[in-house]
Design a protein around this ligand. Sequence first.
Ligand code: 5GP
Length: 114
Amino acid sequence: MNKHYVFMNIINKKTNTKILYQDSFVTAFHDINKKAPIHILIVTNKLIASLNDVNDSDTILLGKLLIVATKMAKKYHIDKSGYRLIINCNFHGGQEINHLHIHLLGGKPLGSIL
Ligand code: 5GP
């Protein structure tokens, strides 16, 4: 099932999900099923299904995703201790919601996945 509407509803404030940050490009909120003490999703306001679907016109948007991720890391005081950013893409990448987003994870040692 194409689950893009989940994040669109959050972006459009049709749910009671607390918005941590929003500008004209991206929206940030806590992951509902957190995998670390800090687990924030930074989502594009524009519906882009996956990282496969970006093009040159999204250069600024992609930059915004990263910049806001670093802002959230500072706001939640995990910038110094460190954090991990993850973008899952499609089935093998473990993507569940078909709406481009970055996971910001931190607040404990995350170990090595590579
Ligand atoms: P993906 O696997 O697509 O990279 O990540 C999707 C993430 O969205 C998962 O970590 C999941 O817990 C989170 N998620 C799914 N539904 C909701 C929801 O309704 N609210 C919030 N805040 N997070 C959600």
